[in-house]
Design a protein around this ligand. Structure first.
Ligand SMILES: Nc1ncnc2c1ncn2[C@@H]1O[C@H](COP(=O)(O)OP(=O)(O)OP(=O)(O)O)[C@@H](O)[C@H]1O
Length: 294
């Protein structure tokens, strides 16, 4: 994908299974929003093939659009509309596309409760706080009970409780409704909690594709074990931490204290993979190609 002669995405290729939650990560300007906008049909691509629910987004019709839910980074303002009024209005567009297995639109009261906006149902959208407005954006994305949901930095401005509630909503959508979800976030803890699979984009290429645990093994493969014994502190990098700890206790039993086992976090993997790309762009892209082929 190019904007004029600026190549922004290069050889990006991935698939999502039904009900899978995919997190798209990467530095500012890596091409995450561009990727999502192409998949949503909001941006025409300059090259390449794309299929969402079996349809090319560039030529898709209203019936296809009704099967998607979209939460963009920022919405055009609906400030003068009441929260319930807006959801009822937008929901009406989905009614002709209702199916027995997926009644459309969602019930507005149920949706307001799901996103924690019941108390603000009659408030004007323009008078909501930033986090409340973002919850409304999520509700707008869900009103048509989507089969595929795109979430571009959905939790910006959420307080910790709202963030946790939102994570429960995402798990429920994927597990109970079989909704396929593609989200972008800069919150790596959130990506680790939510995503079945993580794609890292850097310089317009996918430089990693796997679960948080797979990425962690790929970059480090070792787990740090710390403990104290007879007043001394020890650190050991173990390939198989469970076996190492078992043997440690077999040998020293009650003398072991302050045991800590630390696998590398997604943040560690992310920093390593992006740094690896920045210092060796060609090698990183080749490694990912091998990963996909295997
Ligand atoms: N409409 C546009 N015209 C020209 N260049 C654009 C346009 N939109 C995005 N770009 C460029 O494309 C590249 C990718 O932008 P994109 O918004 O997809 O990145 P991103 O990964 O979503 O970034 P962020 O994390 O900051 O949201 C950037 O270099 C950006 O400047």
């Amino acid at each position: 994908m190019s904007y004029g002669d600026h190549l922004v995405l290069n050889g990006v290729s991935f698939e999502a299974r039904p009900g899978e939650v995919l997190a798209l990560l990467g530095p500012n300007g890596a091409g995450k929003s561009t990727t999502i906008e192409i998949l949503e049909g909001f941006r025409n691509r300059s090259h390449g093939k794309v299929s969402v629910l079996g349809v090319d987004p560039a030529t898709a019709d209203e019936a296809w659009r009704a099967r998607l839910g979209i939460v963009q980074q920022s919405w055009r303002d609906h400030g003068r509309w009441g929260v319930r009024q807006l959801l009822e209005h937008l929901g009406a567009y989905y009614a002709p596309f209702s199916e027995p297995s997926r009644p459309r639109p969602m019930d507005v009261d149920e949706l307001l409760a799901t996103v924690g906006l019941s108390e603000h149902a009659n408030q004007k959208a323009g008078s909501l706080s930033g986090g409340q407005r973002r919850r409304l954006d999520v509700a707008i994305g869900l009103i048509g009970r989507p089969e595929v949901l795109f979430l571009d930095e959905p939790t910006t401005g959420f307080d910790p409780q709202a963030r946790r509630d939102f994570h429960d909503v995402v798990h429920g959508l994927a597990d109970l409704d079989g909704t396929t979800i593609l989200l972008t976030t800069h919150d790596l803890d959130e990506a680790e909690k939510l995503a079945d699979r993580i794609l890292i984009l850097a310089g317009g290429r996918i430089v990693a594709n796997g679960s948080a645990a797979q990425l962690s093994r790929e970059v480090e493969g070792r787990t740090e074990v710390r403990w104290s014994q007879d007043g001394e502190h020890f650190v050991h990098a173990a390939d198989d931490a469970t076996r190492f700890v078992r043997e440690l206790f077999q040998q020293h039993g009650d003398a072991i204290g302050d045991l800590e086992v630390r696998r590398s976090t997604l943040e560690d993997s992310y920093m390593t993979l992006v740094h690896r790309f920045e210092t060796d762009p060609v090698g990183s892209a080749q490694r990912e190609t091998l990963e996909v082929v295997r």
